[in-house]
Design a protein around this ligand. Structure first.
Ligand SMILES: NC(=O)c1ccc[n+]([C@@H]2O[C@H](COP(=O)([O-])OP(=O)(O)OC[C@H]3O[C@@H](n4cnc5c(N)ncnc54)[C@H](OP(=O)(O)O)[C@@H]3O)[C@@H](O)[C@H]2O)c1
Length: 227
């Protein structure tokens, strides 16, 4: 089935979000990117993405962006990071997105990109991971929890360590809470588009790792994406 409606991306200026915008546009999809005033947007302009400006830490800015995007919307958020005042896009920004998506009444799917270690994966984090990223991962878990309770058609993708290299095509989705590994940003973007096309992914949280560079205490059974 062809993709309908607009893909609205929060966090599209770089990394996974920019790769997602690139591939969605290459597949002929309308893409709208929510960007901060002053962020680097030349790459998004070059691929013909529509830009909406605002700060994800402002619930008004996020609500205005979603209300101003016409038709049915698929939303992907890769938001992450901490502002100078200590507030985090990992929780607050993503929670603003989820609440505005509910209020719009036109949200078809939401894919939230968080991190390995979130939710039920937390007990399997290493001391080093907790020390390095614990606060960010805990904040992302709060956003995941809001999304799970939202009533939206949600999917959570939790990447392992992210690498900025071309896609390997070897990424897998796994529901094993003991999964660890790394994954290329472009592979996360491509798997996000496949996830949006596969209704069987609704209501699941998946680790996403490269099958050639994963570690897991248990036998690995990748989720069988149909798209
Ligand atoms: N680094 C890793 O190894 C790793 C591992 C697992 C998961 N993750 C998570 O995976 C996701 C993607 O990571 P990435 O490294 O590809 O991307 P990233 O560099 O973390 O990009 C974050 C995006 O969020 C935007 N953003 C942050 N705060 C915002 C705000 N208040 N309002 C609007 N936009 C805001 C940034 O825009 P600006 O350009 O304006 O800053 C940027 O587009 C992130 O959530 C990250 O935390 C990372």
């Amino acid at each position: 089935m062809p993709d309908r409606g607009t893909l609205l991306i929060f966090g599209a200026t770089r990394g996974v979000g920019l790769e997602l915008a690139r591939h969605a546009r290459a597949q002929g999809r309308a893409v709208t990117a929510f960007v901060r005033p002053g962020s680097t947007v030349e790459a998004l302009q070059a691929i013909g993405a529509t830009l909406l400006r605002g700060d994800a830490l402002s619930s008004e800015d996020v609500a205005r962006a979603i209300a101003g995007t016409p038709g049915d919307i698929d939303i992907v958020s890769t938001l992450g990071g901490r502002a100078q005042d200590g507030r985090r896009a990992d929780d607050e920004g993503n929670i603003n997105v989820v609440r505005a998506a509910v209020d719009s009444g036109r949200t078809r799917r939401v894919v939230l990109i968080t991190s390995i270690g979130c939710g039920e994966m937390a007990p399997f984090r290493s001391a080093r991971a907790i020390s390095a990223f614990g606060a960010a991962v805990d904040a992302k878990t709060r956003a995941e929890d809001t999304l799970r309770r939202s009533g939206l058609d949600w999917t959570i993708l939790r990447p392992g360590g992210l690498i900025s290299e071309p896609a390997t095509g070897e990424a897998i989705l796994s529901t094993d809470p003991e999964m660890h590994g790394v994954v290329h940003r472009e592979d996360v973007a491509l798997m996000t588009l496949r996830t949006l096309r596969d209704p069987a992914t609704v209501g699941h949280a998946f680790a996403i790792v490269d099958s050639g560079r994963m570690q897991c205490a248990n036998p690995v059974q990748p989720f069988p994406l149909s798209a």
